[in-house]
Every structure is written in C-alpha cells, then in structure tokens.
Design a protein around this ligand. Sequence first.
Ligand code: CU
Length: 443
Amino acid sequence: MTRRQFLSAVGGASSLVPFGFAQGTEAAGESAADITLRIGEISLDLAPRHKIKTIGYNGQVPGPLLRVTEGRPVTVDVFNETRSNELVHWHGLHIPPEVDGSHEEGTPHVPARGQRRYSFTPTPSGTRWYHSHVGAGHDLDKATYTGQFGMLIVEPPSDPGRYDLEVPLLLHEWDPYWDDRGPRDVAYRVFSVNGKMLGAGEPVRVRAGQQVLFRVVNASATLTHRLALPGHQFHVVALDGNPVPAPRSVPILELGPAERVDAVVAMSSPGVWILGSADDQRRALGMGIVIEYANAAGPPRWTPAPAAAWDYTVFGEQRDPAQPDAKVRLVIKEVPGHRWTINGKSFPKTDPIPVQAHRRYRWIFDNQSADAHPLHLHRHTFELIRVAGKPTSGLRKDVVMVPAWKEVEIDVTADHPGPTLFHCHQQFHMDNGFMAMMLYQDA
Ligand SMILES: [Cu+2]
C-alpha cells in the first residue's frame, strides 16, 4: 500500500467518528500530499434555524479528523481561498518552527489566495489539534473565532486501544460580540459540540457495557468549559493528549481554551442523556450532545451537575521532581488599555526567555490579574510542578490554566531547539501583548 492508501484506509476504518478524512487529491509540485486542507468561507448549519457564515477547513466544521502515525512523515497541502494570510498551527506537536504554524517563530504564511505545503514528522502520540494561528484583534470573524479547527490524532506505532468506541468532541461558540463592558470581553450567542447545537446533530449511539473514549478539545477562542454527563463518571486517562500517571474518575471535566482531556466512560446507565455544559445558559444555547443507548427512547435527560472542583493534581504523582538548572519568574498583569504584560512588557517588547539546549527550567507563573489564563508553550511539552500551592509531578501538558491571583510552576526541558512561542491562548489576550519568545542560546 502507498502511504496515501494507508491513511485513507485508516480514515475509513474510523467511520464511527462523524467527520470525513482529508485525502490528498491535489498535485502541488511533483507529488500529491498525504492531506489537503482548503481554507474557505462556509455556511454552517448549527441547527435548523441557526445558519451562520464562517471560515473552515474543507467546507466543514470541525475540520476533517486527521489521523497520522507517530514518527511517520506527512505532507499537508494547505490552499487558502480567503483574502487574508493564514497559518495552520499543529498544536501539541514537537516540530520545527518553520512548519509549526507560528509567524513569530518564522513559519511563513499561507498567502491569501495561495498555497503552502507543510511537511513534518508527527510526535508525540496523543490527542492533538490544528487551528488558525493568526491575530484577530477586534475582528471577531478571524482566527480562533472562526471554524478553523480540527482534531489531529497522532497514533502510537502500536495502540493498546482499551476502549470499544472513540468519540471526538470539539467545543466551540459562535456569533461573538463585545459584551456590555466594551472591548474587553467577548460573549457568544450560540454554542456547539462538533459543529452542532445540542439536539441538532446525530446522537452518540452507545450500548450498555461499552467503554467509550471521549477525546475532548476545547476549541474556544476565549472560554473555559465544564462538562458533565448525568449518571456517569469520566475516567480521565490523558491531559492534553499525554497519559496521566494516576487515571481516576471525576464527575466533571473542565477545559480552558486549547486544552484536551481524554476520558473513558463506562456505559452503565441505559437511557438517553445530555453530555453538556454544566452551565445552564450555555447548554440552552447549544453546548451539548445527546448520548443515546441502544433500545432507549424519549427526550434526553439532564440533572444538575455537582459543584466539583477541577484539580489537575489529582491525576498526578507525589514524588520529588528533578531539580531545575534555573528558575524563571513570569509576572502577569493587565495594564490600562486592556494590554497584557509579562514582567512589565507587552509583545513584541517582551523580554525573550533564554534557554540552553537540554537544560531544565522551572517557570513560575505569578498571575497578578483577575482572569485565569490558558498558557501555551509551542513545540514542547512541560511538566506541572505546583498548581496554586499544590505540588504534583508526572503531568505533562502544553497548556496550563493559571487561576486568577495564583501561581503555577512548570518545568520546561529545552529539547527542541529553535525559536519557540509562549503565549496566552485566550485570543484577545494574545492579541493584546500576552506573548513572549523562548530563545535557545549557545552554551
Ligand atoms: Cu490570558
């Protein structure tokens, strides 16, 4: 089999998932790519009376579910049919800056009305995703406010697959507007899971006794979401796609923008249920999906979600981490004009964070603001060391929520040389200066 047939076959085998697979169809240069993405305007049916216009990949939202194999090179041709430059960021992969999808690192744009090929070797395995990485500023029809997001599953070379059914869930919201407080907070009129409002899409069909793996991506530009499934528990097995040391069951999942959670649910309460936002208003505006057992009927049921706290550290270990080679304190503040600063400066004036290859650095985020921030480091995975006073270890992530007025410590091992972007994944914060470069220096 050729590489392309292999990928197509993998896509065909996963017909349980609701999205098609992007097959290479277009010759760009001498050989066809494994995957083709077309960025263009689409009209999206969120529900019978909720049609919106947005920008998406291959005419669908979410974009096609991409499955690749860890360590096996792939090529992706991206055709940009819009009038603006674009970037596709491969979120959670350890790949070179030229293809990572960050202009700040040096990835070239996919030009307006133009095309660009990305070639890289996907690693590490796990639930990753891809999304637009341009700035939006005050334009709520750009970047992560649009339908430009999709799941990217990097399969390990051999997958134990201890589940019966795999269900991707991508959370997003639509029809954004500036709320009463002016150009500071974005509010939304419509919410969706997998591009459909609650009740408008196909239900997730399950059978009693199944172990169902939900791969959840919060593809929101700005919001944190809490999810519940009444009558069931979520057995969390991975955070940001990386297996956790201590998988355990919790009643609620919470994900900041760009975070992922893999959770296995034992289907042991037959019926028709809503898996949805714990927030009544968001659920009423569409944030949910119906879970339907075989031979069950009736309207989907919801019961109020428990007020459980979300705490990363319950999935971690208690052992002393390796000592870092150096510590870096990063103080986060909002300054007048809704600008964000790291150690007193806004991007592009933020001081670069210098590192040397193969050294381990402890970054201490000191959030001196009233907002929680989803902090993301490109091209690297870091380890959580302390979260709002609680020590932990063994939790590897690429986004961490830093609560308001709290500190979070992470260890970054500098093992992927090249310019590396660090930023808040809240689109409006990022666009207002909350970014810095991590730069490798010669020893
Ligand atoms: Cu932020």
